[in-house]
Write a protein that binds this ligand. Structure first.
Ligand code: NAD
Length: 462
């Protein structure tokens, strides 16, 4: 395991800055080599990656492949395929007032960037931003989450073996290490995690006028009405919600549904859970577990609050603090003041809140912070149009929760309390680049004389 001690952090960042100034990371050939190496890292260590994710989160192997390894390979290959085009100077037509001239936009690397990752997809969310940072020609400090230690140690061991060690460093550690890291001067900070730490990151970045991307979370709602096939919808919702035991930033946090839909949907959801995870999810090997006891306790407290209020709770048969298992839970007709509605759930509890109409659902959404994602299941054109027009969220999807993450042609990011900036594919490349306008005007003919003082009426009419 290689990890940087707090005392070495300033030295590490200085070393990377020297590398950047030497121009090592700028050539396209270097960037493409890093992407090849990253692909090698991920594809040659698929088994170890799956083992680390199983150790940290009890992730089933197939889920680890689908949501981390194969996701990363797709992102790397997409970036490598398009990088030459993205990195080329983009010529644009100059305005008449500047003619004759040539004008273009070139993407230049920012310098030394910091990527801070969370624990819930600890490898994907560390390496996916790195793809964009390296493709754009930057030096990178990668700082995994200490809350997922097996994944963090694996990355610290593998990354220096594959990526250019003079340009990429891994810094492991908890709050002290992160605080020390944030005291350094970076040219961009890319943070994924909760909004409390997001504020700490932004304050630290302000000290050096460092731009930030904040990929945050929050409560992502899902509205469903009686115009859709509830059985198919239930399968999609269960998959989106209970993958990684509900610990996904874009998992549907809660459902908004009319009364009759809520009751019928709850039965379908229960059946989908049985089909996907078996009668005992905790023992079936197809379902993950909660990251740590603190989060397990937080989730069981929400469940106790729901039970105390007499809310109908389906599922949740097997809950074990020792092994950190919690079976999926559906709660029907949850009041807004239940504790589970007061924070991002980030676990396998799916509350259904009753609404009278789509406009009731939209006002409930609009009264709260802007979500990272908003999901709508409705075949009604007027309802779909209203959600597009009258709500704001990081992303809006119809008929499929979570899936937009996999489209690397789309920007992925939040708005308002759910974050700022976006990445994936070309958006990552641009996040980690400065788009520099380059203007070139010949000295002859000297058309600028037309605007030099004194400006006569005759000149102006030209
Ligand atoms: P976490 O606790 O692992 O924290 C994320 C990072 O912040 C880690 O690197 C951690 O070391 C660092 N950190 C923690 N406390 C700090 C402090 N006091 N000072 C400086 N750095 C500190 O992960 P988390 O925040 O619990 O992750 C879950 C949250 O992340 C949820 O809100 C989820 O919705 C959000 N999330 C968002 C996305 C997205 O893409 N938008 C993806 C995954 C998770």
């Amino acid at each position: 395991m290689t990890s940087t001690h707090t005392s070495d952090i300033a030295g590490t960042v200085h070393g990377l800055r020297d590398t950047f100034r030497a121009g090592t990371t700028k050539p396209l050939a270097w960037r493409l080599r890093q992407l090849d190496a990253l692909e090698q890292l991920v594809s040659s260590h698929e088994k170890e990656i799956a083992e680390a994710l199983a150790s940290d989160l009890g992730k089933p192997e197939a889920e680890a492949y689908l949501t981390e390894t194969s996701f990363l390979l797709t992102e790397i290959r997409h970036t490598r395929r398009h990088l030459r085009r993205w990195a080329k100077a983009r010529h644009v037509a100059p305005p008449a007032a500047l003619l004759p001239a040539t004008t273009s936009v070139i993407a230049e690397p920012l310098g030394v960037v910091l990527v801070m990752a969370p624990w819930n997809y600890p490898i994907q969310l560390l390496l996916a931003p790195a793809v964009g940072a390296l493709a754009a020609g930057n030096c990178v400090v990668l700082s995994p989450s200490e809350v997922a230690p097996a994944s963090s140690h694996l990355m610290a061991r593998l990354i220096p073996r594959y990526l250019d060690p003079v340009a990429v460093s891994v810094v492991e550690g908890g709050v002290d290490t992160k605080t020390e890291l944030l005291a350094q001067r970076f040219d961009h900070i890319f943070y994924t995690g909760n909004s409390t730490v997001g504020r700490i990151v932004m304050k630290a970045a302000a000290e050096h006028l460092t731009p930030v991307t904040l990929e945050l979370g929050g409560k992502s709602p899902l509205y469903i009405d009686d115009s859709v096939d509830l059985s198919v919808a239930a399968d999609r919702i269960v998959w989106g919600k209970f993958t990684n035991a509900g610990q996904t930033c874009v998992a549907p946090d809660y459902i908004l549904a009319p009364r009759l839909v809520a009751d019928e949907l709850a039965v379908h959801l229960r059946a989908s859970i049985d089909r996907m995870f078996g009668p005992s999810p905790a023992h079936g090997g197809r379902y993950g577990r909660i990251i740590n006891t603190k989060h397990h306790d937080r989730l069981t407290a929400h469940l106790a609050d729901l039970r105390d209020r007499g809310v109908t709770v389906l599922g949740g048969e097997h809950i074990d603090r020792e092994t950190r298992h919690m079976d999926p839970v559906i709660a029907v007709d949850v009041p807004w003041d239940a504790s589970v509605m007061g924070e991002e759930i980030f676990g396998p509890i799916l509350p259904i809140v009753i609404v009278d109409s789509p406009s009731h659902a939209m006002s409930a959404i609009n009264e709260r912070e802007k979500p990272l994602a908003l999901y709508v299941f409705s075949e009604r054109t007027d309802v779909r149009r209203a959600f597009v027009r009258d709500t704001s969220s990081g992303a809006l999807t119809f008929g499929l929760p979570v899936g937009h993450l996999a489209a690397n042609q789309l920007p992925f990011g939040g708005v308002g309390e759910s974050g700022m900036g976006a990445y994936h594919g070309r958006y990552s490349f641009e996040t980690f680049s400065h788009l520099k306008p380059v203007v070139s005007k010949p000295l002859q003919p000297d058309t600028m004389r037309m605007v030099y003082p004194p400006v006569s009426g005759e000149k102006l009419s030209w």
